[in-house]
Write a protein that binds this ligand. Structure first.
Ligand code: ATP
Length: 251
């Protein structure tokens, strides 16, 4: 089967520094694909390149006369190369990023954040998704009027994921969703990610630095090192790999 989303020979440079080095990877429909790597391995750059946000960063840098960002290679989505497609168009086509460090709107309430996420959804879709996220995260339901900035880190991440779901993703990109959260919250979020995949049928690409709780739930994954994909395999293969074990499980 062809992947629904496929990066081919993708390269990204910040000025002359290489951030993504010839990466090829595929996400299959209905599956969870993992990207694992240490600090500055290139996970966020990869997510920015797939969501297209990198093109906005590139424009801004250009206006400021700042560093030159170069993107090369192909990104095939549903059979079309979208590497130069605007991020807003990609979102309309169903590629939705839930960015690292949450980036919710701090001055807006939980409900406002969710409404903004669902701005392109139909009324019916928005209603269904709202019900769904409040069932998945009952904690959020009691905080509808609370400003984003006053939520705990875990609640903010629940909100960030919910806001992304409101945008009706076909492919959901989750950039380090567990970053800086307690083991108890990690578990809630990991269960939610499985539910989003299995029950809502959404294809997921997820990046993490510490693979411990995410490795078991992925179908297939890639290990990034210095911007290059150095290893790939299914969940079990990666968990059994001695390098992965020592890097991510400390054994
Ligand atoms: P982290 O876990 O720290 O977020 P990461 O795996 O997401 O790391 P990236 O943020 O994608 O890694 O960074 C990849 C490389 O590109 C790093 O060497 C980083 O310093 C560099 N880099 C990232 N953003 C920029 C930028 N705007 N300008 C210049 N270099 C950048």
């Amino acid at each position: 089967m062809m992947p629904v989303l496929e990066a081919k020979d993708m390269m990204v440079f910040y000025e002359n520094a290489i951030a993504i080095n010839n990466v090829s990877l595929g996400c299959h429909r209905g599956r969870i694909t993992g990207i694992f790597g240490a600090n500055s391995a290139g996970k966020s750059t990869l997510m920015y390149t797939i969501s297209g946000i990198i093109l906005d960063v590139k424009k801004k840098e250009k206006m400021r006369g700042g560093e030159r960002i170069t993107v090369l290679g192909k990104l095939i989505y549903e059979g079309k190369n979208i590497i130069y497609m605007e991020p807003s168009m990609r979102a309309r086509e169903g590629i939705i990023l839930c960015p690292e460090r949450r980036r919710i709107f701090n001055e807006s309430s939980v409900m406002e954040n969710l409404r903004i996420g669902g701005i392109l959804a139909t009324r019916d879709q928005a209603k269904k998704t709202l019900d769904r996220v409040f069932t998945m995260f009952p904690a959020l339901k009691n905080l509808k009027r609370r400003e984003g900035g006053f939520l705990s880190g875990g609640e903010q991440q629940m909100l960030a994921i919910s806001r992304a779901l409101m945008a009706q993703p076909k492919v959901l990109l989750l950039d380090e969703p567990l970053l800086g959260l307690s083991p108890a919250i990690e578990e809630v979020l990991t269960d939610a990610i499985v539910e989003i995949n299995r029950e809502m049928g959404i294809t997921i690409l997820i990046s993490e630095q510490y693979a411990r709780s995410i490795l078991p739930i992925i179908h297939y994954g890639y290990v990034l090192e210095n911007g290059g994909a150095v290893l790939e395999g299914n969940s079990q293969e990666l968990m059994d790999n001695p390098d992965v074990k020592s890097a991510y499980f400390g054994i």
